[in-house]
Design a protein around this ligand. Structure first.
Ligand code: COI
Length: 332
């Protein structure tokens, strides 16, 4: 078995080497992403392990298949950037890592929400300017709030536990009902009900064609005045222009965003200065005291990165050796 791993960062190298040594399997690490200019490097390997936010195009997938590579293992969870038709027509088997660390995502979501509610970023700024006064930055308490969690997969359920730990009342919406949460009576039947009742709305859903811009003007209109929004999931879930309008009107009190719909090519890049960030809409958000943007860092913990590398390699090995794996992704 010979595996090629694309887009390997420095922080992943040691985990990759450890796995390769333990398994006695050759893994070629390539720092470039998988695209039309790098796909030829995969020739002669049995499987490919990948992570990137840029699209896996039909042309690249067709080429992989033409080299006989039908085992593709993602190191992350989201599969929204894969050309599903090319996967199906080439009979490529794809795995993801659905649970590298649900906690990593939920912890950042809660951290950023608490920073917003307690106004700590504003106090950081005031203190840096020598201002140790309290007013006007009086805080809100999560304990007094209803948190609406959208999607109750592994990450959503971790977030629910953390929010409950703070004493919040939690309600949830999902098409699939988790039996434990169902027993607790946590689910509302419609998103409209969740919008009407929630002081905080926390998004934990994958991005699909159906839910693109689910938070648009219409959805914000159905939410409580002064709602807080938390999105560590996918930028495409929020219509950014509508969010900006809702922030301007005060409909949305504040937002904690670890994702942004146009983040690819911008997040995880050092532009050298604030002014050089090449996205005016993002800068509009970044300038606001009541919006906290982080550059898709929720996953970026030592535990998560180790698991992403090693679980994906395990899955790729399973695909190559047996044609199947527990974490096969179904494309429809
Ligand atoms: C995912 O796992 O799908 C993520 O969003 C994390 C990724 C940026 C590494």
């Amino acid at each position: 078995v010979k595996i090629i791993a694309y887009g390997i960062r420095d922080d992943e190298q040691a985990y990759l080497k450890q796995w390769s040594d333990d398994q006695g399997i050759e893994v070629k690490a390539v720092s470039e992403l998988l695209d039309e200019s790098t796909v030829d490097q995969a020739k002669g390997y049995d499987g490919a392990v990948v992570y990137q936010q840029k699209p896996y195009t039909a042309a690249v997938l067709d080429k992989l298949a033409s080299f006989g590579i039908k085992s593709l293992s993602l190191r992350n969870v989201g599969v929204d950037n894969i050309d599903a038709d090319a996967i199906k027509r080439n009979d490529i088997k794809v795995t993801n890592v659905p649970a590298y660390s649900p906690n990593a995502i939920a912890e950042l979501a809660a951290t950023q929400l608490m920073r917003l509610l307690r106004r700590t970023p504003v106090f950081d700024k005031k203190i840096a300017a020598g201002n140790l006064q309290w007013a006007p930055d009086i805080a809100d308490e999560l304990d007094q709030m209803t948190v609406g969690v959208i999607a109750t997969g592994r990450i959503g359920r971790k977030a629910i536990n953390i929010y409950k730990g703070f004493g919040a009342k939690v309600i949830a919406y999902d098409i699939f009902h988790n039996p434990e949460l169902e027993k607790e009576g946590m689910y509302v039947d419609t998103l409209d009900e969740l919008y009407a009742q929630s002081d905080v709305i926390s998004l934990h859903s994958p991005a699909t064609k159906e839910n693109e811009h689910m938070f648009n003007d219409d959805a914000f209109g159905k939410m409580k005045d002064g709602v807080w929004i938390v999105n560590p999931a996918r930028g495409a879930l929020i219509d950014t222009d509508a969010l900006i309008r809702a922030l301007d009107s005060g409909k949305v009190a504040g937002a904690a965003l670890d994702v942004y719909e146009d983040e690819v090519g911008i997040f995880n890049t050092d532009f050298g200065s604030f002014d050089a960030i090449p996205d005016e809409r993002l800068k509009n958000l970044l300038k606001r005291d009541n919006v906290l943007v982080t550059p898709h860092i929720a996953f970026y913990t030592k535990t998560a990165v180790k698991n992403m590398v090693q679980f994906a390699l395990n899955s790729n090995k399973n695909l190559i050796e047996t044609g199947t794996d527990d974490d096969i992704v179904a494309f429809n």
